[in-house]
Design a protein around this ligand. Structure first.
Ligand SMILES: Cc1ncc(COP(=O)(O)O)c(C=O)c1O
Length: 370
C-alpha cells in the first residue's frame, strides 16, 4: 500500500502556532491531523486522514460502559540529520493486533495492520512535520486507538468499530529522570490477573485498575506503582508504564512475559542489547522478598524501567510496607546509562541502527539538537 492510498482532508487552519515547545508535557497537545478507519458490515474500510477532531459517540455505545477498547503507543524522533525515525512500529502493530484479539475486536491480519499503521504514521508525519519537536528528549508520540462504536447495552462484542491514530508532540514523561524515580510496591490491589486476564493487552481496564493505587502512591510521595502478581502479591510484575529490570549481584533480572504483563517494545530492545553485550538478562520470577534481601545484603546495583514514554528510566528507590530501600547513588547506574545512550542514540540517528529498528521518513526542516 502506498502513502497516497489514504485520502487527506487537510485542516483549514493549523493550530501549530499555539504550541509552546518549551512546555510540551506528555500527551496534552494533539497535532493537526489524525488517521481514521471504520469497521462496519464485517469489514475494515474508509481509511483516511482528517483534521484532529471530536468524534460523535452516543451515550449508549457499549465501549463506554464495558471497555471494549485497545490502544498502543510508539514514538517518532527528529534525528540529528533531520530525518524522522519511527522506533519499531511493527512491534506495536503486532501488539495492537493481539490486543484486538483479546478484546474480541475483529482484527485485521498482522501484516495488514502493520502496513496500515506504518503508512498512516508516515503520512501523518509528513503532513504534520513541523509539529515534531527537535530538542533532545522530545519526540512525537503516536497513539493508535480502536473502539467499539455500536450503541447497545448488551454485554457482547460490538458490530462496529473505529480505528484512529493521533499524534502528540511530547517532552519527557518523567521530569526527574536524572535522579531516578521512586516506586511504591502495591501489595493490596492488583493491576491484572495472574492467569487468563488482560495484563498482556493494552486495554483500558488495566489502566483503570491502576488509577487508585497510582493516586495513593503519589499521595505518599512516590512517583509510580510497582505491581506484584495478582495471585500472591509476591512476585514483581511491572511499573505503571514500564517493564522492570534489576541488576543484582552482577546479574540483570527481569520478570518473564506470562500473560499478566505488557510485552514491552523497549523491554525487548533491552534484552537484545544485553544479549549482544554478553550479559544476557535472566527472565524469571523475582520475589519482592528476594529484592528486599538483596537490598539488605547490599547487592542491588541498579534498577530501571523500560518503556516508550521514558525509554530507560532509572529507579532510585522502592517503598515496601513501611520501609524504603534506596540505591546508594542517586545518579543512573552505568548499565542504565549505557542502555539509555544506546537506544536514544539509535532513535535520534546518532548511532548506527544495527538492528534495523527504525523506519525513516525524510522530511524537510531542522535537525535535532541532540
Ligand atoms: C503497563 C505497561 N507496561 C510496560 C510498558 C512498556 O512498553 P513499551 O516498551 O512497548 O512502551 C507500557 C507502555 O507502553 C505499559 O503501559
Amino acid at each position: 500500500m502506498q502513502l497516497s492510498d489514504f485520502p487527506v482532508t487537510p485542516v483549514q487552519q493549523s493550530r501549530l502556532s499555539q504550541v509552546d515547545f518549551d512546555n510540551l508535557g506528555f500527551g496534552a497537545i494533539f497535532c493537526d491531523h489524525m488517521f481514521s478507519m471504520e469497521f462496519a458490515d464485517g469489514a475494515w474500510r474508509n481509511p483516511e486522514i482528517l483534521p484532529y477532531q471530536a468524534i460523535p459517540l452516543e451515550p449508549g455505545v457499549a465501549m463506554l460502559h464495558y471497555g471494549q477498547t485497545v490502544f498502543d503507543g510508539y514514538k517518532a524522533f527528529r534525528g540529528v540529520d533531520a530525518d524522522v525515525r519511527i522506533f519499531r512500529p511493527e512491534m506495536n502493530a503486532r501488539r495492537l493486533h493481539d490486543s484486538c484479539r483479546r478484546l474480541c475486536i475483529p482484527a485485521m491480519g498482522v501484516d495488514e495492520m502493520r502496513d496500515i499503521m506504518i503508512n498512516a504514521t508516515r503520512q501523518l508525519i509528513e503532513l504534520d512535520q513541523d509539529w515534531i519537536p527537535s530538542r533532545w528528549g522530545q519526540s512525537l508520540y503516536i497513539r493508535p486507538l480502536v473502539i467499539g462504536t455500536e450503541a447497545t447495552l448488551e454485554v457482547r462484542a460490538a458490530d462496529s468499530y473505529r480505528f484512529l491514530i493521533m499524534t502528540s508532540p511530547v517532552g519527557s514523561y518523567f521530569t526527574n529522570l536524572e535522579k531516578g524515580v521512586s516506586l511504591r510496591v502495591e501489595d493490596r490491589f492488583t493491576r491484572a490477573a495472574s492467569i487468563g486476564g488482560l495484563g498482556a493487552a493494552k486495554t483500558a481496564a488495566n489502566y483503570a485498575a491502576s488509577l487508585l493505587p497510582g493516586y495513593e502512591s503519589r499521595q505518599q510521595g512516590f512517583d509510580q506503582v510497582l505491581w506484584l502478581d495478582g495471585n500472591e502479591h509476591r512476585y514483581v510484575e511491572e511499573v505503571g508504564a514500564m517493564n522492570m529490570f534489576f541488576k543484582i549481584g552482577g546479574k540483570v533480572v527481569t520478570p518473564p512475559l506470562g500473560g499478566s504483563i505488557l510485552p514491552g517494545v523497549v523491554r525487548d530492545s533491552v534484552l537484545t542489547l544485553l544479549d549482544d553485550w554478553g550479559m544476557p538478562a535472566e527472565e524469571r520470577r523475582i520475589g519482592i522478598d528476594e529484592v528486599v534481601d538483596a537490598f539488605r545484603a547490599g547487592e542491588v546495583e541498579e534498577m530501571f524501567g523500560a518503556g516508550t514514554a521514558a525509554v530507560i528510566c532509572p529507579v532510585a528507590s522502592i517503598g515496601y510496607k513501611d520501609e524504603v530501600f534506596a540505591l546508594a547513588s542517586a545518579s543512573p547506574g552505568e548499565l542504565t546509562q549505557r542502555l539509555y545512550d544506546e537506544i536514544t542514540g539509535i532513535q535520534y540517528g546518532k548511532l548506527p541502527d544495527r538492528y534495523d529498528w527504525t523506519v525513516r521518513v525524510s522530511v524537510s526542516g531542522r535537525a535535532s539538537t541532540g
